[in-house]
Design a protein around this ligand. Structure first.
Ligand SMILES: *Cc1c(COP(=O)(O)O)cnc(C)c1O
Length: 427
């Protein structure tokens, strides 16, 4: 059988079904709120309703219970949540926050919003997560925090990053958008840092349309995040708070319908994430023998307490090593065989035009031109060689979170890879 790209018959003939975790319980919850007529119950001033309505509070309670945390602060996206988190830890203009270049752009823009400077440390090419050695090398007297994604759902090297943060007096903000219900050394990803955040955006494992939540055990950080979420500057006046005049507030409030849907989604989180984990590990077993293809690293799950997965497989990432053909041809061949969701790059945040031009606000290079900012901030090609090599050639992925696959379909995908691998020399 010859390759579909070269005129043969495709290995896969079925169309993938789109992932949809929304069921009757979510529909009933949304209807219940609609019938109540109260679609949001926040008020942007001190008082009972400063922290939201019934459904918002119920959702936050379910998060606190599941993750075993003291505070949950719901928001209308995790982009908003990360802005709350960076604002809560407190940064001065020109301060530096270390972040991964291999993440969604909001991990870094949340830093810029507060006029602080994102500093990109390189990633470990096996895990796609921050390399602690590179993080340590990025620390200067200006560094205040590290934003730590557990990208694609694989836990970052959280213990080593915590040790580095402790040694240098830094805060850790965990961007756990892609790693809900992922267990690492007996704890949920997102609960290692000073603050952790999860996304309930449509494209994530569990969703409510748009939404997010931040978790913390720290009372003061929680209070500051609640203020930023809900018009801080107006609320502090009524509350008699005098030491927080410098907190710019937003409207990051989650609606009641979304909160009610999110509460229902939380009840399903374990089976939904586990299904993805099973698919990823099945792919790993089927693809691990192919030469020049490195399957994703999965941690051994040391214990089932708390219940969860070792990897959430938001993406199923693969590293190419010394193939006889180009990535472009490989991807074309896989797509022609009918493999769904093949991606050939992810992101190098430091290479986005905003960083290359150092233009975030206006035309005068703010905040990099701030008097307090270090003048030698470098975003040139070469600062994150592992991330750049992956982006430019060594990385492909399957966006398996977009689809619903059964075991037969996963095996068909494995079969399509095996077929392409038998014909690599023809590409
Ligand atoms: C999705 C995502 C976000 C942002 O979440 P939203 O809820 O869409 O704003 C942040 N970080 C990472 C790693 C993400 O994947």
């Amino acid at each position: 059988m010859s390759l579909a790209l070269l005129g043969g018959t495709p290995a896969i003939t079925w169309q993938p079904r789109i992932y949809n975790p929304i069921g009757e319980a979510e529909i009933a919850a949304a209807n219940r709120v609609l019938h109540s007529g109260t679609l949001s119950d926040f008020i942007g001033a001190a008082g009972d309703k400063f922290v939201g309505g019934k459904e918002v509070l119920e959702f936050e309670k379910s998060i606190k219970r599941f993750f075993g945390v003291k505070h949950a602060i719901s928001v209308n996206s995790l982009t908003s949540g990360l802005i709350c988190a960076v604002g809560a830890i407190g940064v001065e203009p020109g301060d530096e926050v270390i972040v991964s270049p291999w993440t969604m752009c909001a991990s870094a823009t949340s830093i810029l919003i507060w006029n602080a400077i994102p500093i990109f440390a390189d990633i470990d090419p096996l895990t796609f997560n921050l390399d602690p050695t590179s993080v340590e090398a990025c620390i200067t007297e200006k560094t205040k925090a590290i934003v730590v994604p557990s990208i694609f759902g694989l836990p970052a090297d959280l213990e080593r990053l915590q040790a580095i943060a402790r040694d240098h007096g830094l805060r850790i903000i965990e961007d756990a958008a892609q790693a809900p219900a992922v267990v690492h050394n007996g704890k949920y990803v997102g609960t290692f840092g000073d603050i952790g955040g999860f996304s309930f955006n449509y494209h994530k494992h569990i969703h409510c349309g748009e939404g997010g939540v931040c978790v913390t055990d720290n009372d003061e950080l929680a209070e500051r995040m609640r203020l930023i979420r809900n018009h801080a500057e107006a609320a502090v006046v009524d509350d008699g708070i005098t030491n927080l005049a410098n907190l710019v507030g937003y409207n990051f409030r989650l609606g009641e319908i979304e909160a009610a849907i999110a509460t229902e989604q939380m009840k399903k989180i374990l089976p939904l994430v586990d299904a993805r984990f099973q698919q990823g590990t099945r792919l790993n077993r089927g693809l691990s023998g192919l030469e020049g293809l490195e399957v994703p690293h999965v941690e051994a799950l040391a214990s089932q307490t708390p219940p969860g997965s070792a990897h959430a497989f938001y993406m199923y990432p693969l590293r190419l090593q010394g193939l006889p053909c180009s990535r472009e041809r490989l991807v074309a061949a896989l797509r022609a065989e009918g493999v769904p969701g093949v991606c050939e790059r992810y992101v190098n945040v430091h290479r986005l035009p905003m960083y290359q031009k150092k233009l975030a606000y206006g035309s005068q290079h703010y905040p990099w031109s701030d008097v307090n900012a270090r003048k030698d901030i470098d975003y040139q090609l070469g600062i994150c060689p592992n991330a750049e090599r992956l982006q430019d050639g060594d990385y492909i992925a399957l966006s398996i979170c977009q689809y619903e696959f059964n075991e037969t379909e996963i095996d068909d995908i494995i079969g399509a890879f095996q077929k392409v691998w038998r014909h690599l020399d023809a590409l």
